[in-house]
Every structure is written in structure tokens, then in C-alpha cells.
Design a protein around this ligand. Structure first.
Ligand code: XMP
Length: 430
């Protein structure tokens, strides 16, 4: 193993990730684990150099203060405690954002080396994945999103053709998105990739369904069925790869913190598909996942792509989805993204997209009255997606986009620019 490790045990702190980042910023790899980790589990981790007991406001769970197994103090690792008055170690602190104390613990007490970087992380994960998987096969749902793409590239590096990727095109992808997944993974990385074009199946199921929640349920449910059918066709799969990252774990709730929302990376797979899980990104933050993707050689547009909802264009083709509106939306979205990239705005704006409402408006085309669709442009900035502000797009830029959309997408005769913050609006329309 190439990296030293500092283990943070979560004893109810709301600042575990702050401490983890602080240590990583000092060049030492750190992982957050539950307070009730056993000595055997701790010893199974590689290159542990020291332990931080990180207490805090959530230390009392159901009336009982959580604590570590007393044997943890005896296993020979240096231990410090933060906000944990009853800890049985010598170094205890009320709180820690002080860099000098942390540095002294890492480098003087634990004798850790500052050897955390993406190259070493990848080398260690490749070893760990090979150890876990042996000669068995791993199945991965590869959507083309950042997390699933990075985990696929890492697994390909570790186990090559023992990874079976399934890319389900639900027909609600953006322009060329599935083609790019095939180009990068099948053609460039020589992945074992199964491509399922399920467009007709999804669009047939969605026909006439206008209710947003029902649309989401149909898309999520159908995705599981298609993936399950593919999985059942394959033989000898023992593991499921998942692009789980650390924020997913936190938001899903820990032993001392309540869930914000549950994350199901594959939409919640049926229980009778019994696999072991391979989740090599589970300790990384989003920016680290992107850095890992870059180090693995994935293209920048894949690694730095803007957030895109699982139900895809399905939640932007408002009301009951029709193929002609979906196609118009896809073309308009591609034009908007192209112009954003040309103007360098793609690196500045957090999320930008088009939406197509379910009505037609009057227009004039070829000197005659004609009915056409309206496309809405939305461009927002946010840090955590809980609130969002509007990007003030330049009017000349907007005019160019409007001209291109109304010229190149003949079924569209109006374009609007939407200016509502979140709250009171949400980022998506459905
Ligand atoms: P809202 O519309 O709730 O969106 O303000 C917040 C952020 O979440 C994205 N989003 C989704 N992402 N599956 C996802 O993976 C979904 O079903 C979904 N719905 C919304 C949205 O694009 C925005 O970035």
C-alpha cells in the first residue's frame, strides 16, 4: 500500500468531513468510520497510522452516549480525542479547526508521511479491488455520469474484462450522450460494455403520462427492470460495482446522523439479485472523484459535466412526453450547451439547460402563420443545490442562442429566459 491512513471515528460530530478534508489538505489520506468499528475491522484497514475520536453534538443517540470499543485504545495506534470528554487517551481537545495541533499529531506523533495523491489512491484501490474480486466478475450500471464513469474507469484498470458494464439508454439522454459512453468505454478503454437501447420501451410506457411523480416512478422502475433482465442473462457475476461517493453516504444517514435522502445508485435493486458490493469511491468527495477521473484519463467533458438528473430529459419535457417535443428539446439543449462551451460559460455556470412546456404558440414562418413549441432557457448557480441564484446571461449571447434554436429546430418558434431563484422555484421544472 502506498498511502498512510488516519482513521476518524464518528462519535457524533457534525464536522467529520471538515476534519477529513483538513487532514487530506495536509497530504495524508483519512477515512471516516463508524464509532463501533471493531479492532478486527480496524486492523483490516491498510497502513493505519493514527486514530481521531471525533465527538460532537450528536454523541447521544436514543439517550445513550455512543463510545468506542475500549479495545481500540489497546491496539497500538496513537489516539487523540476531539469533544469527547470521557475518552481514555492522553491528548484530548474541546475542538480542533487549529492546523499546528493537527500537523503535530499527524507528523510527530503518528509519523505519517504526506503521501496522499490521486496516483497513490488509484494504485491502492487497484490492489484492494483485485484482492476483493479475485477472479470473479463485477457488474456495473454505467450511466455516463461522473461517478459511474470514474468507477468504471477505475474498475477497468483493476480487473479489465472481469468488469461488465451495462449502459441503458432510456431514450431521455442528451444528444450524443450514449454515443460518447460507447466511444470512451468501448472504443477507447476496451471495456466489456453491453449497450441496451431501451428507448421505445421507456417512451411507450411514458406515453400519455403527465403527472411528474408518475413519470419519475415509471422511469426509475423501468430502469431497474431493464437492468435486472440484463443481469439475469449474465452468468457468474458475484459483485455489483457502485459509484457511491462520500456525500451519498452522509446524506443517506450515519449511525449518529439522520438521513437527508436515501441514495440508490442503481435506483434500488431487487433484493433477490444477490451481489457483494464494490464501492472504491466511497471515501471520496466530489472534487476528488473528478481528480481521480482526470488521473485515469477520462475526457474533461465527462469528468466536469454539469449535474444531470437520473430521469434525464424526461423531467424537462414537461407533461406527457411526445417524441417530437423530446427531439426538439434535445436539439435545443445541444445548441445551448455548444454556445455555453464556445463562450467559456460551461466552466463558470453550475447548471444550464432547456425545458419544453406542453403547448404550442402562434408564430410566423415562411410568411405564414404557424404553430410552434416554446423552449425555456434556465441557467443557475448553487453550492449545494438547496438554494440557487440566476446566472445573468448576456443579451447578445442570449439572442444568438435564440436565433440558432429557432433556425435549427424548426418546430420551435419561441424561446424564453427563466429568472426565478430557488426558492421559490426548484432548479428543475418537474
Ligand atoms: P431541484 O429541481 O430539486 O434539483 O431544485 C436540485 C438538483 O438535483 C438535480 N435533480 C436530480 N438528480 N435525480 C438526480 O440524480 C433526480 O431525479 C433529480 N431531480 C433533480 C437537479 O438537476 C439539480 O441539480
Amino acid at each position: 500500500m502506498k498511502q498512510d491512513l488516519i482513521v476518524i471515528l464518528d462519535l457524533g460530530s457534525t464536522e467529520n468531513t471538515v476534519v477529513a478534508r483538513q487532514i487530506r489538505d495536509m497530504g495524508v489520506y483519512s477515512e471516516i468510520h463508524p464509532h463501533d468499528i471493531t479492532v478486527a475491522q480496524l486492523n483490516a484497514l491498510n497502513n493505519v497510522k493514527g486514530i481521531i475520536l471525533n465527538g460532537g453534538e450528536n454523541r447521544v443517540v436514543d439517550g445513550v452516549a455512543v463510545d468506542v470499543d475500549p479495545a481500540i485504545y489497546e491496539c497500538g495506534y496513537p489516539v487523540i480525542a476531539i469533544d469527547h470528554p470521557t475518552a481514555k487517551c492522553e491528548q484530548k481537545f474541546d475542538k480542533l479547526p487549529d492546523d499546528a495541533t493537527m500537523k503535530s499529531f499527524l507528523f510527530d506523533t503518528c509519523k505519517a508521511e504526506a503521501n496522499w495523491n490521486m496516483k497513490n489512491f488509484i494504485a491502492d484501490q487497484v490492489d484492494l479491488i483485485r484482492k476483493q474480486v479475485g477472479d470473479k466478475k463485477v457488474l456495473l450500471a454505467l450511466s455516463g455520469g461522473v461517478d459511474s464513469s470514474v468507477v468504471a474507469a477505475l474498475l477497468i484498470k483493476a480487473i479489465g474484462k472481469q468488469l461488465v458494464c451495462v449502459h441503458v439508454n432510456h431514450g431521455l439522454m442528451r444528444k450524443n450522450e450514449s454515443e460518447n459512453v460507447i466511444e470512451v468505454f468501448k472504443n477507447q478503454l476496451d471495456a466489456n460494455l453491453i449497450y441496451v437501447d431501451a428507448t421505445d420501451r421507456f417512451l411507450d410506457k411514458l406515453a400519455g403520462v403527465a403527472d411528474p411523480e408518475q413519470k419519475r416512478k415509471i422511469i426509475g422502475g423501468e430502469f431497474i427492470r431493464v437492468f435486472e433482465e440484463e443481469a439475469r442473462k449474465l452468468e457468474g457475476i458475484d459483485f455489483l460495482g457502485q459509484g457511491t461517493i462520500y456525500p451519498d453516504i452522509i446524506e443517506s444517514g450515519t449511525k449518529t446522523a439522520k438521513a437527508v435522502k436515501s441514495h440508490h445508485n442503481v435506483g434500488g435493486l431487487p433484493e433477490d439479485l444477490q451481489f457483494g458490493l464494490v464501492e472504491p469511491l466511497a471515501q471520496l468527495f466530489k472534487d476528488e472523484v473528478r481528480a481521480c477521473g482526470v488521473e485515469l484519463g477520462l475526457p474533461a467533458e465527462m469528468v466536469y459535466r454539469q449535474p444531470f438528473p437520473g430521469p434525464g430529459l424526461g423531467v424537462r419535457c414537461l407533461g406527457a412526453i411526445t417524441r417530437d417535443r423530446l427531439n426538439a428539446l434535445r436539439e435545443a439543449d445541444a445548441i445551448l450547451r455548444e454556445e455555453f462551451a464556445k463562450a467559456g460559460l460551461d466552466k463558470k455556470v453550475w447548471q444550464y439547460f432547456t425545458v419544453i412546456p406542453d403547448f404550442k404558440a402562434v408564430g410566423v414562418r415562411d410568411n405564414a402563420r404557424s404553430m410552434g413549441y416554446m423552449v425555456v432557457i434556465r441557467a443557475v448557480n448553487t453550492i449545494d443545490a438547496m438554494t440557487a441564484t440566476i446566472e445573468r446571461l448576456d443579451y447578445d449571447f442570449l439572442e444568438k442562442v435564440v436565433d440558432r434554436i429557432t433556425t435549427e429546430v424548426p418546430s420551435v418558434n419561441r424561446v424564453c429566459y427563466e429568472l426565478t431563484k430557488k426558492p421559490v422555484a426548484t432548479i428543475e421544472f418537474e
